[in-house]
Design a binder for this molecule. Structure first.
Ligand SMILES: CC(=O)N[C@H]1[C@@H](OP(=O)(O)OP(=O)(O)OC[C@H]2O[C@@H](n3ccc(=O)[nH]c3=O)[C@H](O)[C@@H]2O)O[C@H](CO)[C@@H](O)[C@@H]1O
Length: 363
C-alpha cells in the first residue's frame, strides 16, 4: 500500500501520524510512505529523525481579523494546492491520510480533486478548522473521541481512537530515567505543557521547585524549547542543584519516559491524552484556555468524571496548589492505583488497527 500522510504544526498532529505509519510498516512490509508537512511546523524537527521520506509546503494560518496577512495566506494556500497536486501525481498514493494542521488542508483537498481516496483523523473532541473544511470532500473521518461526530456528516465518521494509544500499549518499563540523571527506582512525576511548553505551567513549576526539591518523589520536567534558556538562567541552574529534579527543553522519547513515571502533570491536548490513557498513567491536567472552543477543558472533564485525572484551572494555577495536588496523589498509593485503573479504561489500544481497516475499505 502506498500512503501519503500529511499533518503538522504541533506535535499533537505529527505523532499520531508517525504511530500509524509504524503500525502499517509492521503489518505490511511492502507498504511505502511519503510525509508532507508544513515548512515551519514541528514536523521539521521530528521527521528528519525517522527514515520516512519527507517534503514540505509553505502554508500559514488565518488570522481571525480581516488583515492583509489573510490575503497572503489564501495565496499560499492556492499555491500549496498546486504543489500538492504535483507531489501526489509523482508519488501515486493509494490513499491520503490527513491528521490536521493547515498543510493537511491543502494536501488532502488536492487529493480529493485528483480522485485519490482520502481520510482525515480528528484527534480532538471538538474539531479544528482544517478537518471541518475537509469534511465535505473526504471519504472518511476517523475520530479519537465519539463526541466529535456531531460536527461531521454522519455517514463519514467512525470511532478509531488515536494511533499513539496503540503504539504505547504494552510498552515495558526501562532504565531510561537514568539518562536524565534520575533514579529509576524512585516514584516520578512527569511535567510538560503540550508539545511547545506552556508559560503558565512553567511559572508555577519554577516557583514550586524549592518545594519539589524536598520531596521523596522525583520530578522530570520539560519546559518546551523556547522557554528553556530563560528558565535555566532564572533559577541559576547547575546540573547538581537538585538531585531529584531534572529540567529538559524537550523530551524526544516521551512515550518511553511516560512508561517509567507515576503521574503526569500537563495540558489536556488530545495526543498526550491518548498516550497516558493508553499506558494507564494518572494525570493532573491544566487545560490550555487558548484553544478552539475551550476543547482541552472538555477533554479533561471527561477524564475527571471517570476518576482518571484531576484538574486545575489555568487561571487558578499557583505553585502552592500545584504541589498540594501532586502530593495528594503521589502520597496516597491507593488513590494512585485507582486512578491508574480508571485511566487505562479510557484508552483505545487498537486505534491504528481500526484506522488501517477503515483505510482498506476506501481504497
Ligand atoms: C495549544 C494547542 O493548540 N494544542 C493542541 C495541539 O496540542 P499539542 O501538540 O500542544 O499537544 P498534544 O497533547 O496533542 O501533543 C503533544 C505531543 O508532543 C509530545 N511531546 C511533548 C513534550 C515533549 O517534551 N516531548 C514530546 O514528545 C507528546 O508526547 C505528544 O505526543 O494539538 C492537539 C491535537 O489537535 C490539540 O488537542 C491541542 O489542544
Amino acid at each position: 500500500m502506498r500512503v501519503l500522510v500529511t499533518g503538522g504544526g504541533t506535535g499533537g498532529h505529527v505523532y499520531p501520524a508517525l504511530a500509524f505509519i509504524n503500525y502499517v510498516k509492521s503489518v505490511d512490509s511492502d507498504s511505502s510512505f511519503l510525509y508532507v508537512g508544513a515548512k515551519r511546523g514541528m514536523e521539521n524537527k521530528i521527521l528528519p529523525q525517522t527514515d520516512i521520506p519527507f517534503l514540505t509546503l509553505e502554508v500559514q494560518g488565518f488570522k481571525r481579523k480581516l488583515t492583509f496577512e489573510n490575503f497572503k495566506t489564501i495565496q499560499l494556500f492556492l499555491k500549496s494546492i498546486k504543489q500538492a497536486k504535483k507531489i501526489i501525481r509523482d508519488f501515486q498514493p493509494d490513499v491520503v491520510l490527513g491528521t490536521g494542521g493547515y498543510v493537511s488542508g491543502a494536501v488532502v483537498y488536492a487529493a480529493t480533486k485528483l480522485g485519490v481516496p482520502t481520510i482525515v483523523h480528528e484527534q480532538n473532541s471538538v474539531p479544528g478548522i482544517t478537518n471541518k473544511f475537509l469534511a465535505r470532500y473526504v471519504d472518511k473521518i476517523g475520530l479519537a473521541f465519539s463526541d466529535a461526530a456531531q460536527y461531521f456528516p454522519e455517514d463519514k465518521t467512525i470511532l478509531v481512537g488515536n494511533p499513539r494509544a496503540q503504539e504505547v500499549a504494552g510498552m515495558q518499563p526501562t532504565e531510561v530515567l537514568r539518562t536524565f540523571d534520575l533514579d529509576p527506582g524512585k516514584k516520578t512525576v512527569l511535567i510538560f505543557g503540550g508539545s511547545q511548553g506552556a508559560l503558565k505551567i512553567n511559572q508555577a513549576v519554577v516557583a514550586a521547585i524549592p518545594e519539589f526539591a524536598k520531596k521523596d518523589y522525583q520530578v522530570l520536567y520539560a519546559s518546551g524549547e523556547r522557554y528553556y534558556e530563560e528558565i535555566s538562567e532564572s533559577i541559576g541552574m547547575t546540573k547538581d542543584a537538585f538531585t531529584n529534579i531534572s529540567i529538559q527543553p524537550y523530551i524526544k522519547n516521551m512515550t518511553e519516559v511516560m512508561v517509567n513515571c507515576d503521574l503526569l502533570v500537563g495540558r489536556a491536548g488530545a495526543t498526550s491524552i491518548a498516550e497516558f490513557t493508553g499506558l494507564g498513567l494518572p494525570a493532573v491536567l491544566i487545560p490550555s484556555p487558548y484553544v478552539t472552543n475551550d476543547h482541552q477543558t472538555k477533554n479533561a472533564k471527561s477524564l475527571v468524571k471517570e476518576g482518571a485525572a484531576k484538574m486545575l484551572h489555568d487561571n487558578e494555577l499557583t505553585a502552592e496548589n500545584l504541589v498540594a495536588t501532586v502530593d495528594e496523589v503521589m502520597e496516597d498509593d491507593a488513590s494512585l492505583q485507582q486512578m491508574k485503573e480508571q485511566t487505562k479504561k479510557q484508552g483505545i489500544p487498537d486505534a491504528s488497527e481500526r484506522l488501517y481497516q477503515v483505510i482498506q475499505t476506501i481504497i
